[in-house]
Design a protein around this ligand. Structure first.
Ligand code: SF4
Length: 297
């Protein structure tokens, strides 16, 4: 892995599983907030996930897209690596999470009971950065997490339906960031045109606990709610999350701050989608600018 990129990520709090792979974890902001007894992330509100017991990780930082809204750098992309085997990830995941949270133990804001709960994580969100389906042993890794007693959320860009078909996470997310092929190619900038493959991935969702995630970028993909609705309807996904783009990380060099939609705009777009399909608003989190829709029974 590119050492410069690796050092920059370490400074941002990434913990790497091995020196030669890009498999990494990093506790998210909500994990730390929950540790201090503060608010939990919207996944707690929507799905009952306890943020302080959640590990945010990825088995690889490689990706086959270069989305405008992505917070990672495209300057030092990981193209080659020695993949970290699933058994190594399982064997070190709690130790690395503990290392990442070690500074919090001494804080007077953190209750000892909550801290010891955080050291016994029960949820893995495979969603840190990179595209997890680019990791060759993803199905096995997810099975091992499940056998180890973890709930697993897998977030994928949907470009590798053949891999997704073999994965059995508790909940799978597929990103749908465009209502049509042309917009997809402009915003997600894939290595090849994977639009058809995303359709194939969406078709896998109806038989599983699943969610479609739409990252709404003002002036880029916030149009044609009826077309989004048609694709959602065809997929049969359990949930849809319409989420506002956040002006963070390296995306700040590609997009403007005012392309972050306010929550009212996200809600209005979700309402328009709901008007065109059999999904209804289930919940929303204004602080995270996300609205959750659920398939009507
Ligand atoms: S698919 Fe995900 S990791 Fe890859 S460029 Fe897009 S947002 Fe970033």
């Amino acid at each position: 892995m590119h050492s410069e990129a690796c050092e920059a990520l370490k400074r941002q709090g990434y913990q790497f599983f091995t020196p030669t792979s890009s498999a990494a974890l990093k506790p998210c902001m909500w994990n730390k907030r929950a540790l201090r007894g503060g608010e939990m992330c919207y996944k707690h509100r929507f799905y009952g996930i306890e943020s302080h017991r959640c590990i945010q990780m990825t088995p690889t930082l490689r990706c086959n897209q270069r989305c405008l809204f992505c917070w990672r750098s495209f300057e030092h992309e990981v193209t080659e690596e020695e993949e970290c085997p699933p058994e190594v990830i399982l064997a070190s995941v709690k130790r690395l999470q503990k290392k990442a949270l070690s500074g919090y133990k001494v804080s007077s804001y953190v209750e000892p009971e909550r801290f010891s709960e955080a050291l016994d994580p029960n949820m893995v969100a495979i969603s840190l950065s990179g595209e997890p389906t680019c990791y060759s042993a993803l199905p096995e890794l997810i099975d091992r997490f499940r056998d180890g007693g973890y709930t697993t959320f897998l977030v994928s860009n949907g470009t590798r339906p053949d891999v997704l078909a073999r994965c059995r996470p508790t909940q799978v997310y597929i990103s749908l960031d465009a209502p049509d092929r042309e917009t997809y190619l402009r915003i997600c900038r894939p290595r090849r045109d994977y639009w058809e493959r995303i359709g194939e991935s969406l078709a896998l969702l109806g038989s599983r606990r699943s969610a479609i995630r739409i990252t709404l970028v003002e002036g880029e993909n916030d149009f044609a709610p009826d077309r989004y609705a048609a694709m959602i309807q065809d997929s049969g996904a359990s949930f849809v999350e319409v989420k506002g783009y956040m002006h963070l990380g390296y995306s700040r060099y590609r997009l403007e701050r005012d392309q972050m939609p306010l929550h009212d705009r996200v809600r209005a777009f979700a309402d328009l989608i709901a008007e065109h399909c059999d999904y209804a608003i289930r919940d929303e989190s204004p602080v995270s600018r996300v609205v959750c829709l659920e398939q009507r029974p």
